[in-house]
Design a protein around this ligand. Structure first.
Ligand code: PQQ
Length: 683
């Protein structure tokens, strides 16, 4: 590949030849995972285990919205590109933080009602003088990297009626920009599309699950995978299999690896009559990036019934396997097993449990298939609810891991989660703005004592995993789950941020904690490091939010911080003043009186959890990133119906006029008032 491109293209920012040779310019962070294999390992070592405690703030950038920040920044030749909520892009001077330009794709804020997991964006790609952005409402856009001016914009969605969103970062391979989407909680058909990076013209599209059989199979691959599905609900519901987050690329093998998500419905009984593997749900699929042709797949959770997405971070690297260097693909998907596969063939090499797992007893080393514990995990055959570890938040979610070439370890933001899977007996129709899992909406207990008890289970760890021996080398415990992605460096360091608002550094080899600094919000994004004028910087995007933080508000991190989203950039001896950290002071609310009876309130709980809980917090236990409805002001109570019907949709409150009749809105309102009283009494 190096010889194919002229030296002139080396001068252009972010071209493929530069990404493929990323180690030649360690000062830059050219692609999402730094290099195409997405190792998130930096060869920079000016900051190291001897001096990391001298890190101080170099500069910080305040985002205009104090909302979720999941972006991994890209740094090309002294310019840093990052994104905030609703897919807004910011170009900053990487040395000083001075804003160079910003771009707002002007997503209609009410579109948030069509997303499962907050208005998050995981960052841009940069290639040949352009910045590429996946927009929350389904657009893919190219901007001029030096001015932020829009170059082209395409609609990537196949069906505007279905709830597709984009949260993931595009990848650019061999002159094509590749993007997937999310929506499998609402009933969509997953796919990725490749566009010409210069013109935006569509090059190919790869569907991950079969569609309506009456329309014919698009490819032989679709005919092959259709044999693994049963009944007719799957294609009516879309089937799922969204590629909402990670992809990786191997320039030597010229293979693109995509991580495929859960099925629609989650309920395997309703989705596929409880039969078949349901390809390519919960799989890693290798694709030829030039043609979009299928090459191989490995399914981590055949017939997934628990939302065990395999969209998690994919790393392509070389490991010593049986004493010989071998090109491998590694992943720690939601299901709790760490996988090592052959990168060329997809052949299963090994797996090990990196988290709390009850759904499977292990992985059969011959077949590479899980040994499912039906007693524990099968809720669909007899329609019996089951409590299973991990739950739908996974033993690892999207925050990226990192692979340190020196220690040979992978640093995983691991977590303990569980879920009570209570099946519905018949499918509801897909309805815009309503999650459609084929299961009851997960229940979060309403009392603080019960929440505290549950919070004892939901713990996180930074796990240093030996991928060759498939075992833990060391771990560092956290009191909360949903901690940030990790970065590993040649300075024998691992960096990670935490749910409770700290950024930390550990020794990569033995896990000793070497540095910590409180910051102004919870941290979820993957940190990066880069250098300008021979000085090394470490950058953390800070901004609490995402699926778990908003939906499981108080379980997530009860004390919370006053939301304050910023990019923090540190360097040795940095002296910039730290932004103040404001902890949230919990005050009793002053709600109006409850007028409904107990039966109405019970109906209100169900309606609230189904329609409002995803954003405002299940059981009205909010983490206050999206308004905490227990604290509604009197004028908001007075306008409750118009607000639910859309007068604040420009602020992000989706209109529910087509979904909820007036009397149902009143029932929900009563439930919120009741929860406000409950809370007042508990404080
Ligand atoms: N997004 C987050 C987040 O940003 O915190 C967490 C999750 C998503 C999940 O746990 C998901 O299962 C999930 N699923 C889909 C999907 O099935 O299409 C999409 C997304 C998303 O786009 O962010 C998430």
């Amino acid at each position: 590949i190096l010889t194919m491109l002229s030296s002139a293209s080396l001068a252009a920012p972010g071209t493929g030849v530069r990404i493929a040779a990323a180690d030649k310019e360690p000062g830059n962070w050219l692609a999402h995972g730094r290099n195409y294999g997405e190792e998130r390992y930096s060869p920079l070592d000016q900051v190291n285990d001897d001096n990391v405690d001298k890190l101080g703030l170099a500069w910080n950038f305040k985002y205009p919205l104090d909302r979720v920040v999941e972006a991994t920044p890209i740094v090309v030749d002294g310019v840093l590109y990052t994104t905030g909520a609703y897919s807004m892009v910011f170009a900053l001077d990487a040395k000083t933080g001075e804003p160079l330009w910003e771009y707002d794709p002007k997503v209609w804020r009410g579109y948030q009602g069509r997303g499962c997991c907050d208005a998050a964006n995981r960052g841009v790609a940069v290639w040949n003088g352009k910045v590429y952005l996946g927009v929350y409402d389904g657009r893919l856009e190219a901007l001029d990297a030096s001015t932020g001016e829009l170059q082209w914009s395409v609609n990537t969605l196949i069906d505007a009626e279905r709830n597709y969103t984009i949260s993931g970062a595009p990848r650019v391979v061999n002159g094509k920009v590749i993007i997937g989407n999310g929506g499998a909680e609402f009933g969509v058909r997953g796919y990725i599309t490749a566009y010409d990076a210069e013109t935006g013209k569509q090059a190919w599209r790869f569907f991950t699950v079969p569609g309506d059989p009456a329309k014919g199979d698009e490819t032989e691959t679709i005919t092959m995978i259709r044999k693994t599905w049963h009944g007719d609900q799957y294609w009516k519901q879309g089937g799922g299999g969204t590629v909402w987050d990670h992809m990786a690329y191997d320039p030597e093998l010229n293979l693109l690896y995509i991580g495929v998500g859960n099925g629609s419905f989650w309920n395997y009984g309703l989705r596929s009559e409880g039969k078949g593997d349901n390809l390519f749900v919960s799989s890693i699929v290798a694709i030829n990036p030039d043609t979009g042709d299928y090459v191989w797949h490995y399914q981590t959770t055949p017939g997934d019934a628990w939302d065990y997405t395999a969209t998690q971070h994919i790393i392509v690297a070389t490991l010593p396997i049986d004493g010989k260097p071998r090109r491998v693909v590694m992943q720690a998907p939601k299901n709790g097993f760490f996988y090592v596969l052959d990168a060329a063939s997809g052949k299963f090499i090994s797996a090990g449990k990196f988290g709390e797992v009850t759904w499977a007893k292990g992985i059969d080393p011959e077949t590479g298939r899980p040994i499912v514990d039906r007693e524990v995990a099968d809720y669909w055959t007899n329609n019996e609810p089951k409590t299973v570890f991990p739950g739908s938040q996974g033993a690892h979610n999207w925050p990226p891991m990192s692979f340190n070439r020196d220690t040979g370890l992978v640093y995983i933001p691991q977590q303990v989660t569980m879920e009570y899977y209570a099946p519905l007996e018949s499918p509801d129709a897909v309805q815009t703005g309503v999650p459609n899992l084929g299961l009851e909406i997960p229940v979060v207990p309403e009392t603080l004592d019960a929440i505290d008890e549950l919070a004892q289970v939901y713990r996180g760890n930074l796990v240093a995993w030996d991928p060759v021996r498939q075992e833990v080398r060391w771990k560092q415990p956290y009191e909360h789950i949903h901690n940030s992605g990790t970065l590993s460096t040649a300075g024998n360091l691992v960096f990670q941020g935490t749910a409770d608002g700290r950024v930390m550094a550990y020794a990569a080899d033995d896990g000793e904690r070497l540095w910590q600094q409180p910051v102004s919000s919870g941290v979820v994004a993957g940190p990066i490091t880069y250098a300008v004028d021979d000085e090394q910087y470490v950058a953390f995007n800070v901004g609490w939010g995402g699926a778990f933080p908003i939906t499981f508000g108080m379980l997530a991190y009860r004390a919370g911080v006053v939301p304050d989203s910023r990019l923090y950039v540190f360097k040795l001896g940095g002296k910039a003043p730290l932004p103040p950290v404001q902890r949230r002071e919990i005050q009793p609310p002053s709600p109006p009186p409850v007028t409904a009876d107990a039966e109405t309130l019970a109906e209100g709980a169900d309606l609230y959890n189904r329609h409002c809980g995803v954003c405002h917090g299940l059981s009205a236990l909010s983490s206050n990133i999206i308004p905490d409805l227990r604290y509604l002001a009197p004028e908001k109570h007075a306008e409750f119906l118009p607000i639910v019907y859309g007068i604040r949709s420009h602020k992000g409150m989706p209109p529910f006029g087509n979904i909820l009749e007036q009397d149902k809105v009143e029932v929900i309102h009563q439930y919120i008032i009741k929860r406000s009283h409950d809370w007042r009494e508990e404080l």
